[in-house]
Design a protein around this ligand. Structure first.
Ligand code: C2E
Ligand code: MG
Ligand code: MG
Length: 452
């Protein structure tokens, strides 16, 4: 993980359309910083177009006709932008990438897209007005990871829904230095100020075609720096002795989110990631056990083997205590760090997650399928279920299924999403849960994620 690197702080433009108010540009007053990375002068942009009243339309028109309306939206988008390749991101949204000559061109395109939905849609000679909002994020080409652009576009979309205006975030502006010292100072108050939030990434059981669990991933929405992903602050939290408070905060949130899911009739185990440091922390273990026992929530902990190898005796004893109160234990990132068969069989784990490093190379490498296959067999021999993380393509999913992998997690199914989006994802609107999972699986824009 890099110690020092520029952290793009997202600016954003709120885009009211011609009739709905025009494009509101909210880039910072000082303007955009020049970007040192070669970008060919072009700008890369991801747009998420959401039909806000789609569910209402579906209720009114029925599923088939509502889907036709959504197809019309796609056709209208494609007609307008020759280079537009739309992909279905979910039931109510279309997600696509644009490359433009300049930021101004991106802004102009979004404003044009926004304006063209003012005209009503014709369906069987009936006129229907769709409420469309666009969330978009842009940066000079090759300067920002696609995954960050998509996360920022999601935030832009949240804001667009609230403001009822399309929003474009400019990730090139205000490149404040990302320094760990500042983050260390800011982290304790960030938790208190509510800047931390969780996203959930579901795991799909391939044979049961059901979602029985999801993983909580913590994010920091920094007021100036924008979104900070855990890779950039978990070690900061560990060094600043903030990892226990952060993890206990996460646990509280997960427990209350699970109550929401239970109220929806969903029976999911929610997993949280546990830093290796905490496996040796008796006070943390006692507090976590008390919280979970007191709530009756179904919680799992994802731990890495490397964490166990640091102080095996203590870690195994603590894991047994945690498993004793009903916490499901999963071994995360298997194969990425130090692995020891001696410890593997001593851990009270019921799930083994194969690191995404092996999964991403599955269909292009000769050795990785062998490693994955033998890991699945080993885990099954030890009475564990196997999850493959980082599944991005149907080809990888098909191969993993043939190899006997039990669960799949990755962008092919869903990227990490808010609890509200997870509830929608889990909603059984289109038939059986199996149908929904299948639809979710096969409607994910796999190609979108390959470069992330
Ligand atoms: P992890 O537990 O292995 O989580 C998986 C990471 O892979 C997540 O990144 C997730 O967004 C990403 N991912 C999921 N599906 C795909 C895919 O199909 N392709 C690719 N390329 N990536 C995928 P994220 O959220 O940035 O988390 C990174 C790591 O930070 C996590 O790895 C976990 O070790 C740690 N982390 C996250 N939340 C917490 C937390 O609350 N506490 C602690 N201690 N660590 C956390
Ligand atoms: Mg994990
Ligand atoms: Mg992992």
């Amino acid at each position: 993980m890099p110690d020092q690197r520029p952290m793009p702080s997202p600016d954003h433009a709120v885009i009211p359309s011609a009739e709905r108010g025009g494009v509101r540009n909210t880039r910072t007053a000082e303007g955009r910083a020049t970007t040192a990375v070669a970008s060919d002068g072009r700008w890369h942009c991801v747009c998420i177009v959401e039909i806000v009243n789609f569910l209402a339309m579906r209720r009114l028109l029925g599923r088939v006709r509502a889907d036709r309306l959504r197809d019309d939206v796609r056709t209208r988008l494609a007609q307008h932008c020759a280079d537009l390749e739309t992909t279905v991101a979910g039931r109510e949204a279309l997600e696509f990438w644009l490359d433009r000559e300049s930021y101004a061109d991106v802004l102009r395109t979004i404003a044009e897209l926004d304006a063209m939905f003012v005209a009503p849609f014709d369906l069987d000679n009936e006129s229907h007005r769709l409420e469309i909002v666009i969330g978009a994020a842009t940066a000079p080409l090759h300067t920002t990871e696609d995954v960050r652009l998509v996360e920022e576009a999601e935030f832009a979309l949240d804001e667009a829904r609230r403001e009822q205006h399309s929003v474009l975030r400019d990730l090139s502006a205000g490149t404040a230095a990302f320094d760990r010292l500042t983050l260390t100072r800011e982290l304790p108050s960030a938790i208190a100020k509510g800047e931390m939030f969780l996203q959930y990434q579901p795991k799909v059981h391939v044979r049961k075609m059901a979602i029985n669990s999801a993983e909580a991933l913590v994010r920091w929405q920094h007021p100036e720096r924008g979104l900070i992903l855990p890779g950039d602050f978990i070690t900061v939290a560990e060094e600043a002795n903030q990892i226990a408070p952060l993890t206990l905060w996460t646990l509280d949130r997960v427990i209350s989110d699970q109550k929401i899911l239970v109220a929806d009739g969903r029976d999911l185990t929610l997993f949280i990631n546990i830093s290796g440091k905490l496996l040796g922390d008796a006070a943390f273990v006692a507090e976590a056990c008390a919280k979970i026992q007191g709530s009756g929530a179904k919680i799992g902990f994802e731990i890495t083997e490397t964490a166990v190898i640091r102080d095996p005796e203590c870690a195994i004893a603590n894991l047994q205590t945690l498993a004793g109160v009903g916490i499901s234990i999963a071994i995360d990132d298997y194969g990425a760090g130090l692995s020891s068969l001696a410890y593997l069989k001593q851990l009270p784990a019921r799930e083994l997650k194969i690191d995404k490093l092996f999964v991403s190379q599955l269909t292009s490498s000769n050795r990785d399928p062998l490693i994955v296959r033998s890991t699945i067999d080993l885990a099954h021999a030890l009475d564990m279920e196997v999850t493959a993380e980082g599944v991005e393509t149907r080809a990888a999913m098909a191969l993993l299924t043939v190899m006997g992998c039990d669960m799949i997690q990755g962008y092919l199914i869903s990227r990490p999403i808010s609890i509200d989006a997870l509830r929608v994802f889990l909603q059984d609107e289109v038939g059986s849960p199996g149908d929904q999972v299948r639809e979710a699986m096969f409607s994910r824009p796999a190609s979108l994620w390959k470069s992330a």
